[in-house]
Ligand binder design. Structure first.
Ligand SMILES: *Cc1c(COP(=O)(O)O)cnc(C)c1O
Length: 404
């Protein structure tokens, strides 16, 4: 059970007002808010142990290194990676995907095939297109249906011995659809294709187990699960990380440097050139502890109630259409009201203190599928309330009246 009053008390921003109204924050799919413990850990780091890691002999450097490496171990346990060095700390999901997409340049040949899904975020489309341009590999797309679900029979038809890589998100950020990744991983592995799962949108709601999934790569951003911006993970199976070349050259990622030849450091440092976001990494560990204390089962159960309640209430507004109607979805509702432009509605309800996202949500192909310019997206978190959903519905009715 979620103790909603206690939880809300943990997030100082939820006491803020926006445009003179109490903040109702329904843009959690873009980034989550941060609990005080996470904010405190950043302040504490800079106040007490700030120094550069992995190189100093002095005490502060040791303390900072220990705190950073402890965070890596927390993250490893949370995702259930076999080894802590299979967790590469990056700047976030986009950075992680680019490390893999760039690394595969040397592993692909002309005519090899890559499969992505129609439900992807631009960050999971563009790097693969660039990879195909570099290598002559071919990009295939698993299509979606009207409910916003992947058409799995098409995936079956696409798989062949030419398939080298399959990339898709676990949860679509635009529609909330939960994709059948277990089935996709199993089928791709029958053809020896590697699978990368983008967990940016699923991680805040579903605790993944990378070993049980048997996934080859898994990426996520801390800022969507109560952590800071500018930090995230690339999980890779050890054998895969060893096959990929480093992404950036620099300090920290080398074993030995001469002007004739440089040899690279082992994992994870091979992929961690330069001074990382040390405070961010430590705070990511704190965020994971915080969310595990609340419990992912509790989070999922409560958010499902919010989703059901909000879906029912929103559908009482005449002319409101929800995009993404899969039975398997997280607490994200993408919708439009009649032909009113989503931006106009978003602007009016912002004046009433309600934060939603409008637009294409970095997923233009999905909007093209539905033949719409964009949607209004309300995305819920475990610190939202039923009362806030009532406020959203009232505000939407008001906006609708003003605009039609
Ligand atoms: C947010 C998001 C990303 C991008 O994450 P960044 O933190 O901006 O790098 C990628 N994929 C999905 C599904 C997302 O929701």
């Amino acid at each position: 059970m979620i103790d909603i009053n206690k939880v809300r008390n943990d997030f100082p921003i939820l006491k803020e007002t926006v445009n003179g109204k109490p903040l109702v924050y329904f843009d959690n799919a873009a980034t989550s808010q941060k609990p005080q413990v996470v904010i405190d850990s950043i302040v504490n780091y800079y106040t007490t142990i700030n120094s550069n890691i992995h190189r100093g002999v002095h005490t502060l450097s040791q303390l900072a290194t220990d705190a950073y490496e402890e965070a890596r171990i927390k993250i490893q346990k949370h995702f259930n990676a076999k080894k802590s060095y299979e967790i590469i700390l990056t700047a976030g999901t986009t950075h992680s995907i680019n490390i893999v997409a760039t690394g595969f340049t040397s592993l692909l040949n002309k005519g090899d095939e890559i499969i992505v899904s129609a439900l992807e975020h631009h960050s999971n489309i563009v790097p693969w297109q660039m990879l195909c341009e570099r290598t002559g590999a071919i990009l295939n797309v698993i299509p979606m249906n009207e409910d916003g679900e992947l058409v799995m029979s098409e995936f079956d038809n696409m798989l062949s011995s030419k398939t080298k890589l399959v990339f898709l998100n676990h949860v679509s950020n635009a529609l909330g659809t939960i994709n059948p990744i277990e089935e996709i991983i199993e089928k791709a592995h029958k053809f020896d294709a590697a699978v990368l799962i983008d967990g940016a949108q699923s991680c805040p709601h579903i605790k993944p187990d990378v070993q049980e999934l048997d996934v080859d790569f898994y990426v996520a951003s801390a800022h969507k699960l109560c952590g800071p911006t500018g930090v995230g993970i690339l999980y890779g199976k050890e054998e895969w990380l060893n096959k990929l070349p480093p992404y950036q050259g620099g300090g920290e990622m080398i074993e030995k440097v001469t002007f004739e030849k440089t040899t690279y450091a082992g994992l994870p440092h091979k992929f961690e050139a330069g001074t990382p976001n040390i405070a961010g990494g430590i705070a990511f560990g704190v965020a994971i502890d915080y969310m595990n204390e609340i419990g992912f089962d509790n989070i999922a159960a409560y958010e499902n109630e919010l989703l059901e309640y909000a879906t029912k209430k929103l559908l009482t507004i005449e002319g409101l259409k929800i995009y993404g109607t899969s039975k398997n979805k997280t607490a994200v509702i993408s919708f439009n009201i009649g032909t009113i432009h989503p931006f106009d509605i978003g602007s009016i309800i912002d004046k009433l203190g309600i934060a939603v996202r409008t637009g294409h949500h970095c997923a233009q192909p999905i909007m093209d599928f539905y033949n719409i310019p964009g949607t209004i997206r309300a995305s819920f978190s475990f610190y939202n309330t039923f009362k806030e959903i009532d406020l959203l519905v009232e505000a939407l009715k008001k906006a609708k009246m003003m605009l039609s």
